[in-house]
Write a protein that binds this ligand. Sequence first.
Ligand code: 13P
Length: 244
Amino acid sequence: MPKIIIANWKMKLSVEESLRLASKLNVGLVKSHRQVIVCPDFVSLPLIAASGFSDNFSLGAQDCAIKNNGALTGEVSSSTLKEVGATYVILGHSERRQLQKEDDVTINEKVLAALEAGLKVILCVGESAKEKAAKETKKVILKQLKGALKNVSLKKSPKGAEVLIAYEPIWAIGSGEAMAAEGAAEIAAYIIKEGEKLLSKRPQVLYGGSVDVKNAALFLKQKSISGLLVGGLSLEAEGFLSIC
Ligand code: 13P
């Protein structure tokens, strides 16, 4: 199975910059043997889809609403995201947990809404520096998994339903201090074990947090790590393509 590389552009690019980068990836990914998923912002996503991106990558959104229809001013539903070209959606990113105060109940509603609409989910979990210091990493992750995946069974979901789990230790995000690959592999194995119980299917687990051109290969070498969720490095074509 090819390893998966996900680009999370966050809110870092203008529409023009997003289109330019997508077009460079279109060319550069032709020879890639990876599965690449690019997650632009809500506004750029349909424009990239309409600009005819190639079969070499899929598009993902960075969030979705808790329902697929309703009086939710300012929200965007999974069904609409699918309609305009998204295949995946990132949910439970620590930036949304922290800044938008999203809790496990909200994330669970979003996971259920996304799967119902036929989007594949990239669920993020991970501990803070304080939780790491208190040796609570596994406990925190288990709580996040149980909360986000409540009533989610891939056996009962529509055909093709998928939940990828991204392990992103919060302290490693944007800090330039990635986790050691062996440590990340151990946590990934734990997530596979616990995730399988909840999903009735063995999930693929990715690592995210200060991935760079040097450390990417170390993570990708690990058996339990199926791919990478990349922030900063994904904003620039040359570096990102070098890991794809
Ligand atoms: P960085 O790769 O910039 O640390 O960001 C990781 C991330 O948050 C991806 O979702």
